[in-house]
Design a protein around this ligand. Structure first.
Ligand code: PXG
Length: 441
């Protein structure tokens, strides 16, 4: 066959692919078949540098033997056991281990199966917490424009990406802060943009509009990821924290992307020195090896729900796979790798090299902004007249052909390499990308 897949290519028709232009993809498929370290290998055998840690999740790099061994052992020791009114040791062990890297005071952990489930869980915990304290009138949520909080009904309701919302119904009672993207004032910022902390004060307007006593929580990504890597303006998160305190609102950080070392600290909470009340995670929790999420809660929030008769279930919420033993084994092995290899500190050490390298593309045509923080980065391309997203998609395809995996959302090229990345690979990544961007019309 001319496309090189030969006779072994699977039939692509049955798998209805997520967030994909299915017909376009199946006409011209891109199949990743193997992975090790910083590299994928395509179905056709081409080596591809992983510029995106899969989908922001394979923080310790691909094909880690320790994770494979731990999962194998666990599958044969205890493959599955329930956590509803039963328990198994490794779920407790993993939760306990997670508290050693958690932000101060956030030492209670609720396990889920994904980031979307973590978000719905956090929103529900916020409601249950207020109700347990006699403030059941706090039922509204404040998200932010351009926010991405997964695809559950809770997540799309507080989320702020129109394509993820318009086809579906959203929960009543969700309102949104303005986004912080400001090309005019902040283009080509290195790290945190100077301008926009005052946008956090919009929370005052929403409080005045709805009444503080009707609002349960504010949820934001500390650094917006899916919207195209938008680091918060200097001082913004601190202001949000103090306004939430002033009005009795819980602050939820959605750390599904920023968690587990992406910024060079365990969580964005520690990176920014701003502690939320609840924190949603997934992805890097198991190095992307098995699906799992976790919500971290301040102990006071957990304890507020531990009241009433001890025979009663305190929170009517949970999943078949909450604390799945095999996922816990993967997670524990992942945490051990992060610690043993000092990967969070390594990410912090690589961040300045990453920053210099990504901003080195500023001279290329069509580049209208470059953003970076920790080991996250984005290059914003001007849209082609009448064809928004075309330049971004073409970059994705050409980069893959050149041996580099990037993520394109619209005309934003997002990058988030595994934290094991070395300076030579950073150099290679941006030299490949430079070639691709220079070749675009
Ligand atoms: N919150 C945040 C901040 C996320 O980034 C989710 C929740 C949902 O997680 P699950 O595990 O349910 O997918 C996410 C997921 C992209 C991209 O490239 C980002 C995500 C997923 C897929 C693609 O922008 N983030």
């Amino acid at each position: 066959m001319s496309d090189g897949f030969g006779d072994n290519r699977p039939d692509l028709s049955a798998f209805w692919m997520p967030f994909t232009a299915n017909r376009q993809f199946k006409a011209e498929p891109r199949l990743l078949a193997q992975a090790k370290g910083m590299y994928y290998r395509t179905f056709e055998g081409q080596e591809v540098l992983d510029g995106t840690s899969g989908l922001w999740c394979v923080n310790a790099g691909h094909g880690r033997q320790e994770i494979a061994d731990a999962v194998h052992r666990q599958l044969l020791t205890l493959d599955y056991a329930p956590t509803f009114q039963m328990g198994h040791p490794i779920a407790f062990e993993f939760a306990q281990a997670l508290t050693t890297i958690a932000p101060p005071g956030m030492d209670r952990v609720f396990f889920t199966g994904s980031g979307s489930e973590s978000v719905d869980t956090a929103l529900k915990i916020a409601l249950a917490y207020h109700r347990a304290r006699g403030e059941g009138h706090r039922v509204r949520f404040i998200g932010r424009e351009k926010g991405y909080h997964g695809v559950g009904f809770g997540g799309i309701s507080v989320g702020g990406l129109v394509n993820n919302r318009r086809t579906f119904v959203t929960l009543p009672g969700a309102d949104h802060l303005p986004h912080t993207f400001d090309l005019k004032r902040n283009a080509f910022s290195k790290g945190l943009p100077e301008h926009g902390a005052e946008l956090a004060d919009e929370l005052e307007r929403l409080v005045a509009l709805h009444g503080a006593e009707t609002i349960a929580a504010v949820i934001v990504e500390p650094v917006a990821g899916s919207a195209g890597v938008l680091p918060p303006p200097k001082g913004y998160l601190e202001r949000l924290r103090s306004l939430c305190d002033k009005h009795g609102l819980l602050l939820i950080f959605d750390e599904v992307i920023t968690g587990f070392g992406r910024l060079g600290a365990p969580f964005a909470a520690q990176y920014f020195g701003v502690t939320p009340d609840l924190m949603t995670t997934a992805k890097g929790l198991t190095n992307g090896s098995l699906p799992m999420g976790a919500v971290f809660a301040k102990r006071e929030i957990h304890d507020a729900l531990m009241q009433g008769p001890e025979t009663l279930i305190e929170l009517f919420h949970g999943y078949t796979y909450s604390g799945h033993p095999t996922a816990c084994a993967a997670g524990l092995a992942t945490l051990e790798i992060y610690a043993r290899e000092g990967l969070f500190a390594h990410a912090a050490a690589m961040a300045p090299i990453w920053e210099a390298a990504i901003h080195g593309l500023a001279d290329l045509p069509n580049v209208i902004d470059i953003r970076n923080i920790g080991l996250m980065g984005a290059i914003e391309l001007s849209p082609r007249d009448g064809a928004p997203g075309a330049r971004g998609y073409e970059t994705l395809v050409k980069a893959l052909n050149a041996g580099l995996l990037v993520r394109a959302t619209g005309d934003v090229i997002a990058l988030s390499p595994p934290l094991i990345v070395q300076p030579a690979e950073i150099e290679k990544l941006f030299s490949l990308l430079r070639g691709v961007l220079a070749s675009l019309d």
